[in-house]
Design a protein around this ligand. Structure first.
Ligand SMILES: Nc1ncnc2c1ncn2[C@@H]1O[C@H](COP(=O)(O)OP(=O)(O)OP(=O)(O)O)[C@@H](O)[C@H]1O
Length: 434
């Protein structure tokens, strides 16, 4: 939110006074009495912080360095009661906008806040112009759905908001999460991903939060968890809907104040990372059934991006197919084969229950079997070799029959002859009465 200020000051009366006065000036003011409390505001969209130099749990001037790492555009004004010029110099060195000595007239504070706010807003606008959208370029598709997803993704990337990605398996939630990270200010910080449904609850907990040596048999030395690895960056929690209720409560704590406890540890650790979660299950249904915490749902679902299944955006199929044919051919060090229209048509007609992932697999197999040209029979061959999904074969077969009938200008006798089947069979396969 624009015009937001954080006041970090341990003297409550003083803090309340500043907050009241600044609110009357039209600012939204958040208050913290300690560095620990202030940390939970760092992910919020706050443009200016007013910080006391001497705080109960640390040095406010040292804290500037931490703030600048997580919120580079936040402008900081330091309050020092010590009337020490050295404090002021150190604050500026650490990246503060300016400093004030307690007892300075309030007008000086207003003046500095207004200046700092306008500098911060300008910087934020500049950084939005320079947003790196290369991650989104990797998302292929011209359908209205994909265009909308990219536009929302780019917008959300510029904020610190948590994001929930919905959609079936293989629709591209992972690639979208990475694109959001790459377009965010945390681009140079880590992006870590984990599939929460692939691991048992205990292993998942130690993967997420890490453990202390001796926490369990085999824990010979301390291990960092993914939340610690992702500090300042992004953690992608895939299939969060499958997480146990106990772990859900621990994730909620991370979301509330960045804190967690490693397995076998007694002290609290902290992280400051953006959470992008994804699921193919209906989370609201899971909330109703008591399988997913409602409070966690509302925390992770600050922004929801839904990617429809591939069959619902069939116009993207030829684009994706051509893209992956070229990409995989290059990887296999073979010339890009010619693609027949029937091949593309068959791909477009299929329902793709495994979505883009399945499309990539089918293309890879077709390329391996092809010799310079991608024809529809390669798709059939694939399935015969795999003897896996008969519906895929049926879809391709039906599509092939329709294609030949069309080529024969609707002449079914001619089409049946070309296909090497009887006219009766052709009618049956097309679902027509003979
Ligand atoms: N629009 C797209 N453009 C290019 N590649 C895509 C697109 N969508 C998906 N892919 C590719 O398809 C594969 C599967 O996508 P991804 O892993 O992102 O799906 P997912 O929704 O996260 O699946 P799951 O829920 O099973 O983890 C990946 O190789 C990804 O790069």
């Amino acid at each position: 939110m624009l015009n937001s200020i954080l006041i970090l000051e341990d003297e409550k009366n003083q803090r309340n006074l500043y907050a009241r006065v600044l609110r009357t000036e039209g600012y939204t003011v958040f208050e913290a009495g300690s560095i620990d409390q202030a940390r939970k505001f760092l992910k919020k969209n706050i443009q200016v912080a007013i910080i006391d130099a001497g705080l109960p749990d640390g040095d406010g001037i040292d804290f500037i360095v931490e703030i600048k790492k997580t919120s580079p555009h936040m402008e900081i004004i330091v309050f020092t009661g010590r009337a020490s010029i050295n404090d002021g110099i150190k604050a500026i060195k650490n990246g503060a906008f300016d400093y004030l000595i307690k007892g300075d007239v309030p007008q000086k504070l207003f003046f500095l806040v207004a200046q700092a706010m306008s500098k911060a807003v300008k910087q934020i606008q500049e950084s939005k112009k320079n947003i790196n959208t290369t991650g989104f370029d990797a998302i292929i598709g011209e359908s209205a759905a994909i265009k909308k997803i990219k536009a929302i993704g780019i917008k959300v990337a510029a904020t610190y908001a948590n994001v929930l990605l919905l959609g079936d398996t293989g629709v591209g939630k992972d690639i979208l999460a990475e694109a959001i990270h790459k377009a965010s200010e945390c681009v140079n910080e880590p992006f870590v991903a984990i599939n929460c449904s692939a691991l048992g609850a205990e292993v998942l907990e130690s993967e997420l939060f890490g453990y202390k040596a001796g926490a369990f048999t085999g824990a010979v030395k301390d291990k960092k968890g993914l939340f610690e690895e992702a500090n300042k960056g992004t953690i992608f929690l895939d299939e969060i809907g499958d997480m146990s209720l106990l772990l859900q409560s621990k994730i909620l704590r991370v979301l509330e104040n960045g804190s967690f406890i490693k397995v076998g540890d007694t002290k609290t650790s902290y992280t400051n990372c953006r959470i992008i979660a994804a699921t193919h299950v209906n989370l609201l249904e899971a909330v109703k059934n008591g399988r997913f915490r409602e409070d966690l749902y509302y925390r992770i679902a600050a922004f929801i991006i839904y990617t429809p299944s591939l069959s619902e955006r069939a116009t993207d199929i030829p684009l994706l197919a051509k893209h992956y044919i070229a990409k995989l051919a290059a990887k296999m060090e073979m010339p890009v084969p010619k693609i027949t229209t029937a091949f593309l048509n068959a791909l477009s007609a299929y329902s793709w229950p495994g979505n883009v992932r399945e499309l990539i697999n089918v293309i890879e197999r077709s390329l391996i079997l092809s010799s310079g040209i991608l024809t529809i029979d390669l798709l059939e061959l694939n399935e015969e070799n795999k003897s896996r999904n008969s519906s895929l074969l049926e879809d391709f077969e039906l599509n092939h029959i329709k294609y030949i009938v069309e080529e024969c200008n609707g002449n079914k006798v001619k089409a049946a002859r070309l296909l090497g089947i009887s006219v009766a069979t052709l009618y049956r396969k097309l679902g027509l009465k003979y």
